[in-house]
Write a protein that binds this ligand. Structure first.
Ligand code: GLN
Length: 199
């Protein structure tokens, strides 16, 4: 199965290794037309203002929003920001695929980057997985249809809505494949369904 990785900017290379591990076929996506040939898409971390600029310049918005009606998108960090409904920054134009509001750099600057272990509810057990946060966004609000997959220190940091998955951290940097598997192969993670959360 061909899974695209938006390769305009940011850390897209590492995702190819995770897709390889899962037996999926990674395709680097640089033009909107390439979306027609894939079964799912990853929007990687990077810089959401730069991603906005490049996605506008390359005319990605319409095609990507259409793509998301049928096929899953996994966003990590800046990718999560791009999937939000509200990004709270005038240079960021999000795709509005997840009914969430985010604060860019909500966990602080580069020096405040950290790795934490997050408990994730898999089919019938809980696993602690490493999660690397780098100038990560905070999810400040979620809408009703949004499911929570993980929290860190009381903050929601992984969500799902419909087919789409958004993560504030970078699983690809720690060789963690469960979220990619969840988004593109199987429903193996259980969520805290529709837990109301205010900013
Ligand atoms: N802070 C970055 C942004 O605003 C995201 C950082 C990342 O993707 N690691 O887009």
């Amino acid at each position: 199965m061909k899974i695209g990785i938006l390769a305009l900017q940011g850390d897209y290379e590492k995702h190819t290794q995770i897709l390889d591990q899962l037996g999926l076929d990674p395709i680097l996506v640089r033009y909107p037309i390439e979306l027609l040939d894939i079964e799912g898409l990853i929007i990687p971390g990077g810089e959401s203002t730069t991603l906005t600029h490049l996605m506008k310049r390359m005319n990605f918005y319409e095609t990507m929003i259409d793509f998301a009606k049928e096929k899953p998108i996994l966003g990590t960090c800046a990718g999560l920001i791009m999937m939000a409904k509200v990004a709270n920054h005038n240079l960021v134009k999000p795709l509005e695929l997840l009914d969430i509001e985010v604060d860019r750099n909500g966990y602080g600057r580069q020096i405040h980057s950290f790795i934490e272990y997050l408990p994730i509810q898999l089919n019938n057990h809980i696993e602690n997985i490493p999660a690397t946060f780098i100038r990560a966004p905070k999810i400040s609000k979620i809408g009703k249809g949004v499911e929570i997959l993980a929290e860190y220190n009381g903050e929601i940091c992984a969500v799902k809505q419909g087919k789409h998955v958004g993560l504030a951290f970078h699983p690809e940097l720690d060789g963690v494949s469960i979220f990619h598997k969840f988004a593109f192969i199987s429903n193996s993670i259980s969520s805290n369904k529709e837990k109301p959360h205010a900013a």
